[in-house]
Design a protein around this ligand. Structure first.
Ligand code: C2E
Ligand code: MG
Ligand code: MG
Length: 764
């Protein structure tokens, strides 16, 4: 309660005009009855005026007994003007309140100092609701200047206080909205603010779901919890109580009596135990008039709302609308910040936010969590070869496939580019199916996709790490899954690797990309050569150049360990260029030594093939080393030409125009597409080691190898068998009329001096 400082009323300028008038009138009144305060008022006109006043005016004696009170004062206390004389506050108010008033009055009379504009809350006799008053009490003196009592002047400011509370409440709500406080808190404060303005009314907010079909609990701080739960999730419709109907119609629905209104027919039994009789509901809508929810007031009386109540409802729906819309915008922004817009999958930020929580929960429930790092093997080729729009489509399709292959408790995240992460929460402590589920996911990725320029097949490398064995923090798990993924890449495309517990990593973590870059510039790469022989005569007809890396610390590193990384990082282009030049230089060297000229075969990866300058690089390498183009053969795998057929065909035509030979490498390891063989101008088919391996014991292998050989013959391609290790394989190949072979049976890949020796041995 706010109290003005004690002042002598005579000297106070700040008295309100009205107070001054009362005081003046009372003074006049008192002057006429100066000696006998209780003598009553003689001046009837004055008396009439005082009784007409809308404000409270009274005089009390030194004992704080009413001497006189005007009509409103008496009426407010349930008495008439005569009855009140002689009464004390102790006779009228509860003891606490009476004591408070008494103490103040006694202090005023003792000190002779007025108390002006005290704000006080009083509960009047026979009422329940407190009223708010602004009261001034002024000491009353006789003509000798002695304090003989006091004059009280008071005004009911309950309405004004409510208005002020409402304004303050509104400001607070808008501040809460601006501060982005949780929506339930804002809505609850809103309902409480409206309820505080009314008597016997409970409010509620229901929120319409995204589909616009059901209403869910928003806020109802004073409705019985049991009732709120019963209506939570109700489907809106043309006859669904007040709220369900209001949301359905988009119009306010005023039900005076829920017990007789047909709209409540199906809900009467539900509401009856709670004693509500009327319910007035108004839709909360966006500025475009889309319904967001409802605001309802419940009363236990059968009645219509007053105009005042409807004004409050209008205010409430307006504020609720702002709060809900703001929340939706925020949710959208939050969604956008945590999801990737291309695929709609959660992103790295989302993962960061959630993974720690998932691991915490797993720790508490003694569960395992598996994270799988998925990197698409050949996505860059699609992007480079078919354009970004096609690449985007592929990513979207793969994202959908992945999202469809996981359970609701799991999560797929796009980490960026063609990297994804799957988080699988184990349903039990021994969930054995995880690897199978990941393999299924890998298969789903590999299913052919129909692109505009033909079929696209994407493979993936997956690295797996599990909580808690492979790491207990998000960072550890991700790092180990990433490492396992790199290992998977080294094992070749479309493989899955589990973290092997050695976090130093057998493979090549990203930091070592730099090393690979150095390898190219610092001359750490070298070539070995593997002869290709004529099956009928055993003479060397060609040599395949195979790259190796002499790593300063690790020593000799095989191409399978670094070619995939070179492909991923784009380093394959400079690396491939180095191989091409070095192989041509070596071939020139052998010829200069007077050895029988043989074809030099160089492996070319997709990324190199997609480089528009590739043909000119080849031409330059030949020219620089004065090597005739017919001695150079380029080996490409099927996937290289399958990715962007048109572009690949154009590149092949350019290379053929140079006079270079083209072979299809590893045929039979992948899709073994007859179409590829027919469409592209290959000179030679290299049958993959996996087909040769099982020869001649395995009947299926025999059938396939025979078919591939005769297919090559039909298409006028020469055919070479890779990985020939045994005499039995040689015998089969001879019978099947395979023309050439390559493998340990003749020679492992060897240094150039060794090749010179081998070539010398077969001088004519
Ligand atoms: P590839 O082109 O199919 O090369 C044949 C691979 O089979 C070589 O492995 C070779 O050592 C191996 N090999 C040959 N005969 C036999 C045999 O009788 N038995 C067995 N078990 N293996 C045999 P390497 O050298 O490890 O190369 C692996 C792959 O790395 C190559 O497969 C090729 O795809 C790639 N590669 C090698 N050098 C280069 C290069 O300079 N550029 C590109 N882009 N790729 C390269
Ligand atoms: Mg090869
Ligand atoms: Mg091969």
């Amino acid at each position: 309660m706010q109290e003005a400082g004690a002042r002598r009323w005579e000297s106070v300028d700040s008295l309100t005009a009205e107070t001054r008038r009362f005081v003046a009138a009372t003074e006049a009144m008192m002057a006429s009855t100066a000696h006998h305060v209780s003598d009553g008022v003689e001046n009837l006109r004055l008396k009439a005026i005082i009784h007409e006043l809308p404000d409270f005016l009274y005089v009390k004696d030194r004992d704080s007994r009413f001497v006189f009170a005007n009509a409103v004062t008496a009426a407010s206390l349930g008495l008439n003007a005569e009855e009140i004389a002689g009464k004390r506050d102790f006779d009228l108010f509860d003891f606490e309140a009476a004591r408070r008033h008494f103490d103040i009055e006694q202090q005023i009379m003792a000190t002779g100092e007025a108390r002006i504009d005290m704000e006080e809350t009083v509960v009047l006799p026979g009422t329940a609701k407190p009223v708010c008053r602004l009261t001034s009490k002024i000491p009353l003196r006789n003509d000798r200047g002695e304090v003989v009592g006091l004059i009280g002047v008071s005004r009911d400011i309950t309405e004004r206080k409510l208005q002020e509370d409402l304004h303050r409440g509104q400001a607070k709500l808008l501040e809460m909205i601006a501060r982005n406080e949780p929506l339930p808190m804002i809505l609850e404060a809103l309902v409480l603010m409206i309820e505080a303005q009314l008597t016997g009314i409970d409010g509620s907010v229901l929120l319409l779901d995204g589909e616009g079909t059901r209403l869910y609990h928003g806020a109802a701080p004073n409705l019985p919890g049991g009732y709120s739960r019963l209506i939570d999730g109700v489907t809106i419709g043309p006859k669904v109580g007040s709220c369900g109907t209001a949301a359905w119609r988009g119009q306010p629905v005023i039900v005076e009596d829920v017990m007789s209104d047909p709209l409540w027919e199906d809900f009467r039994g539900l509401v009856a135990p709670f004693g509500f009789r009327s319910c007035w509901s108004t839709p909360i809508a966006t500025s475009e008039n889309n319904v967001l929810g409802t605001f309802a007031l419940y009363s236990r009386e059968v009645r219509r709302p007053t105009e005042h109540e409807m004004r409050l409802v209008a205010l409430a729906t307006h504020i609720a609308g702002i709060a809900i819309e703001r929340k939706r915008v925020d949710d959208r922004i939050h969604f956008m910040a945590h999801h990737d817009d291309l695929t709609g999958l959660p992103n790295r930020a989302f993962l960061k936010e959630r993974l720690a929580g998932i691991l915490d929960q797993a720790r508490r429930n003694n569960r395992k969590v598996t994270v799988a790092y998925i990197d698409l093997d050949n996505f860059k080729d699609v992007n480079d070869g078919r354009g970004h729009a096609a690449g985007d489509e592929v990513l979207k399709e793969i994202a959908t496939r992945m999202a469809n292959s996981i359970r609701p408790s799991d999560m797929v995240v796009r980490l960026g580019g063609d990297e994804f992460l799957v988080v699988l929460v184990h349903q039990s402590s021994h969930d054995a199916g995880i690897t199978r589920r990941l393999r299924d996911l890998q298969k789903a990725i590999t299913r052919p996709m129909q692109g505009e320029s033909g079929e696209i097949i994407i493979t993936s490398s997956i690295g797996v790490a599990a909580f808690p064995v492979d790491g207990v923090t998000s960072e550890e798990l991700l790092a180990n899954a990433d490492r396992a993924m790199y290992r998977a890449k080294q094992f070749g495309r479309n493989t899955l690797q589990h973290h092997d517990g050695d976090s130093s990593g057998v493979g090549m973590p990203r930091g070592e990309q730099e090393e690979l870059h150095q390898a190219i510039t610092a001359d750490q790469l070298f070539l070995e050569y593997q002869p290709q022989v004529d099956v009928a005569t055993g003479r060397i007809t060609g040599i395949e150049a195979l790259v190796r890396w002499n790593h300063p610390a690790k020593g000799r590193v095989p191409p399978a360990s670094f070619i995939p990384i070179a492909e991923e990082t784009g380093l394959i282009v400079p690396l491939g260029l180095w191989v091409l030049n070095e192989a041509c230089r070596q071939a020139r060297n052998w010829q200069d030594m007077g050895l029988t000229p043989v074809t030099i075969a160089v492996n070319v990866s997709a990324k190199q093939f997609a480089d528009p300058d590739f043909a000119s690089h080849v031409a330059e390498a030949l020219e620089r080393n004065r090597l005739q183009s017919r001695w150079l053969e380029l080996e490409v795998t099927e996937s290289v030409v399958m990715q962007d057929a048109e572009r690949a065909l154009a590149m092949m035509e350019q290379l053929r125009a140079l006079g270079v030979r083209l072979s299809i490498d590893d045929f039979g390891s992948g899709y073994s597409s007859l179409a590829a063989l027919k469409t592209f101008p290959f000179d030679r088919l290299k049958m993959d080691r996996s087909l040769v391996e099982a020869l001649p014991g395995d009947k299926t292998a025999v059938a396939i190898a025979s078919a591939v050989i005769s297919l090559a013959q039909t298409l006028k391609l020469s055919v070479l068998a890779e990985g020939v290790e045994t005499d039995a394989q040689m015998d089969f190949l001879r019978q099947a009329r395979c023309e050439e072979a390559q493998g340990y049976r003749f020679s492992k890949p060897v240094p150039p001096e060794e090749v010179s020796r081998l070539l010398q041995g077969q001088l004519p």
